[in-house]
Design a protein around this ligand. Sequence first.
Ligand code: TRP
Ligand code: ZN
Length: 863
Amino acid sequence: MRTDTPQAVRLADYRPFPFAIETTRLVFELHPSQTRVKAELAVRRTGAKDEPLVLNGERLKLVSAAVDGQALSANQYVLDAEHLTIPDLPDQFVLTTEVEIDPSANKALMGLYMSGGRFCTQCEAEGFRTITYFPDRPDVLSRYSVRIEADRKFTHLLSNGNLIDSGALEDNRFFAEWEDPFPKPCYLFALVAGHLDVLVDRFITMSGREVALRVFVDPGQASRAAYALDSLKRAMKWDEDTFGREYDLDLFMIVAVRDFNFGAMENKGLNIFNSSLLLADPHTATDLDYERIEAVVAHEYFHNWTGNRITCRDWFQLCLKEGFTVFRDQSFSADQRGATVERIKGVRALRARQFAEDAGPLAHPVRPSSYMKIDNFYTATIYEKGSEIIRMLKTILGAEAFRKGSDLYFQRHDGQATTVEAFIACFAEASGRDLSDFFGWYEQAGTPAVTIETAYDEAAKALTLNFTQSTAPTPGQPDKKALPIPIAIGLLSETGEPLRETEVVLLDKDALTVRWENVPSRPILSALRGFSAPVNLSTDARPADRYVLFAADPDLFNRWEAGQTLARDLILARAAGTPDEVGEERYADALGRALVDDTAEPAFKALLLALPSEQDLALMSEPAEPAALHESRKTLRTRIAVHLGDLLRRLHGEMQSDAEFSASAEAAGRRALRNACANMLSADPSADNLSRLVGHYAVSGNMTDQIGALQAMVASGDAQREIALNNFHGVWRKEPLVLDKWFSVQAQDPSENALERVIALTKHQDFEPTNPNRLRALVSTFANFNPARFHDSRGAGYRFLADQILAVDSFNPMTAARLVEPLGNWRRYKPALGRLMREQLERVAAHPDLSKNVLELATKALG
Ligand code: TRP
Ligand code: ZN
């Protein structure tokens, strides 16, 4: 174990920085292994006289430092591994520093690094400190001007703001000068230099200004950026229409890079994207890729207001920008692609990732109060639950007051680094409501459990609803208080007719009783419509009631939810050794009826066909036995595939299209349904079904069809899959983004020897662990999406993951830390497995040169 216990950072310790950095001038002399960075900071004291200037700086070679042109001698400053400290400073001065850094050695992909032979940066959250000495905190806003000098072969030299000048230098070098008129924190700084192709367009804003749009990609790839560019223009328009937000610079740029720790980054005027979330054409990208590109392009663009114009006072306020921006991108996607289908997908992701996090040792509030490494807090809780909070705020206040609140926020805090309190205060003021209890959603971790019990009084024609809520303790928070939970409820008759329109009940105490008059017959409750709050709901509904909802609920989210709940209970019953064969047949029948409902969209039917995932099932059963859950889920799949075989084959045929590829939500929905049918049919590997899958693969004219067929073939376990996998590799071995899919399909192999396959793939010549996409495609996919094989009874899956964590941690701590989570929930698994998981966590935690990132998570997971 490390001896130097890293210190936690606490919200309660926040102090403003005692200096303002009014302007920041940066000069980069780019060189792959010896880049020079000169910084000139115009500094003004804002705090006490005796405060020294403490700048962050890590892995920098200090060449020189001067105050007002006077070089500092060694006794005038203190240098340690993480800071440059200068005491005895005047109230106003110019600090110049010069450092040398080595981008080519930077495999952590934070700060300035090289990807595919080009320079790029990632500064959020704390990467800027590896570029130059600076107060690396989001509340220090400064106006930047940047000069970049590089060899001619890096044809484009990009930074934030507007291009002011460029020209030739000696030795086949040239320069570019950039100026960003908007003060910004250093985490939004960006620089890119490389040989790039560019796709150009323009956008006319609501006030008639013209904005030049440029998307930069690898040479030869420009046509694959067209969908991203189109998404960008739609997002720009939507933000004007929906939130009144207009873009503010004359230029907006996006650059795609292959080596990137996350999805994308909202640097002012110069977004940088993981190429997997930018490049798409029908042959190489799936519909899911298109959908994510649209959402992430919008997300990063929306940050221009929620994150950049208004930023965070400190990193504890991360949800201020991320939760709100996710809410904005989800609302955009709902408008673009249909609210129901988007909501179902959103809730599925929320439950799989955020509910799991909230139920384990890494549970934390949406606004945490302490952290060791902020990189570890870019979590589903901050992002997804953060978005759910905003969604509830809108539900509680209504659309109009919500918009008034957001208008007030943009007007009042423009140009500031602010807090979640200040944000909520705008909504309280605009709506005239007291939101102090609502703030509990930010401070309390854990998923509330809500129960509803109903009693119908036949004689009085009245329904009594008894609500309760409770939240289980989470680490550091033993006692939980009641939160205001908006629960949207409607009533159906026993024959599926609407009895009462949706009404939102605000459950803001531990228990609440509501009585509804004029209910003409015994009603069926449709509660938590549209998933109106991020809670676990249980009601006294009988299976028969759920079948009514599954067939007829006008709220399509709840129609889907009823099917999921029925399927879940059947799988859990079988896993517990009490299978309900009659129930399983009944479920298959009902599913068959839902699939022939002409009023439902194909995309919705595809979602009906997806049974609850093994991870979701594990969360619902304690102690979890992944192997048993896998087997009983498989049994239900096979039963459906047999029972509905003719219908699934018919739909599979009908959804095939010879039309030219369209990326529209409607066309994607048909492909999704076809793939869902193929996937279900793979659970009944009859000769007829198998040849159908082979045919599906052979005729596929786009990546969605091709990967759908390949996935189904791998799931079937049939020998033909090896031929298809080899064929796929042969065709796509020069396309990194497609090769990622090849790795990830195999990582999800349900067969007995999947772990051996995955380990062998880590030795494959195309496996590049330094590339996060490739690493995640194989290792994370296996650990997160193949529970039956990851939870190998001898612990070999855990050992494999621990080996990978340690190997990756030696060069990329941020990405290594993201691999810890699958071992984290060891307490939820049956003791024989939990013990083996714990052993591997202990092995990781005991490693002598562990990063702070992995150490924090491994320690917390051990508890
Ligand atoms: N702010 C980015 C977003 O949500 C994500 C981000 C944070 C990030 N830190 C990062 C991306 C580090 C890459 C690397 O849009
Ligand atoms: Zn974001």
